[in-house]
Design a protein around this ligand. Sequence first.
Ligand code: 1PR
Length: 537
Amino acid sequence: MPKVHLLDTVSGNIRSLVNAIERVGFEIEWIKSPDDLATAERVIFPGVGHFGHCMQTLSKAGYIEPLKSFINSGKPFMGICVGLQALFTASEESPSTPGLGIIPGTLKLFDLTTKSVPHIGSFYGLRPHSKYYYVHSYAAPVDDGVMADGWEVATGVYGEEEFVGAIGKGNVFATQFHPEKSGAAGLRVLKAFLNGICLSPLSGARAAEPAEGPRLGGLTRRIIACLDVRTNDQGDLVVTKGDQYDVREESAEGTSRVRNLGKPVELAKRYFEDGADEITFLNITSFRNCPLADLPMLEILRETSKTVFVPLTIGGGIKDVIDPDGTVHPALEVATLYFKSGADKVSIGTDAVTAAEEYYASGESLSGKTAIETISKAYGNQAVVVSVDPKRVYVASPSATSHTTIKTAYPGPQGEGYCWYQCTIKGGREGRDMDVHQLVKAVEAMGAGEILLNCIDKDGSNSGFDLELIDAVKSAICIPVIASSGAGVPEHFVEVFEKTGSDAALGAGMFHRREYTVRQVKKYLAEKELLVRDVEE
Ligand code: 1PR
């Protein structure tokens, strides 16, 4: 097998890239010291996180000059994400730290007043119809200096801003997007680079637009498949699905058993092949204590990341863990284990509610010690999702509660015209004196990058998303919101995108029960002229 050297100094989930490289037929050699660059034939430099941190890490380890020499030697070099950014002269993110200076220009922060960052989306890129997965707050503007220097550029568009999505000249090629998370389109880019057949693949991709049709620019609507995972009564890990979070059903013998809808790794693969933009695993019995090394989802992630090349989120049990021998593992260590096993994001439920309670108890001051804060600081805000499990509490009037209420078009059992959304912990088992507005505002302040907005009343109902809830949460915060709970037919996805500002929508039961496929949902969205990432083979 041909080889590629991988320089991994500052990346989060490297496993997916390794799997993607192997998938396209190359063997990895790790660069362990700057000297290894002298013998490498081709190099990939991936990176996530902070530009300054990345450059300083490279500098401290003595990589700057050897890297420049490698690039100047004419051998194939590919940078990914911060690996692209490092090639530039500088970044506003860390003005005092120079980049490698291979490409002229300074990276700039996206305009925060018009959009939430980090942005997570897929944009037109190298091929007119393909879309790629981006996670970044800083971007290289497309300016004449870069072009004049002979660089070819494929642009990405986020809102009204155009930025360098990919760039190439001679032996150097770099992508701001993550090819290992961009499905078949991303694997094609990696393969082309590694085979040296596409080192200048960008011609014709500037201002890359679809050849026809009205669906230009804008945010791609993400469809997420969610797998609730737990051990069944026989001790096997299965995908299950509840009705209002109750995952037990009656067996033929009249006893209660955990509903078994399939095997996690197999189902995730099916949804990826079907065009899901992301896969979320939730370990729904995480409140039971488990030694760190035995976390059941680690192996599931390792296996899934071999066949699934879109972002993977893992939720359940992201908190400080205490082993039976008393060893304490901080939440950051738990998350790190998941990232190393193939996760791109972690999702925090119970621990986020506890942290929000402490935040308000301390007069809205940040401790810097919560799971949300420590993980987002280390891996970026985009790596931290907060999963919210709210439940409606009906009241006759807003004055009946101190919580933020909404006027609802669906009155309560006694005809109550208002409700507030109570936050719960431990998978809905325990209600807290906190409303969803308080929770999402607190976790946004702590650095959460995204909200996974479930709704216990709607879960498993097939009756559509709770649009009132989604609207209320969207208007309270700036970070992206994933609508969840209640999807039953493709029309529900169109409805949630058209009637609320939700950034992504999640389905579970309807996919597990094979009532509809992800592909059918995306086809339907496209027919309604909503922008989606096409399913590529
Ligand atoms: O509290 O950080 O350990 O995380 C536990 C996680 O497990 C939370 O994200 C919580 O939402 C989840 N969870 C716990 N118990 C259950 C349960 O169902 N008994 N599942 C549960 C939550 C809800 C959605 C579901 C949608 C869509 N599942 O993720 O997939 O409602 O379903 P639908 O499309 O079929 O309606 P922690």
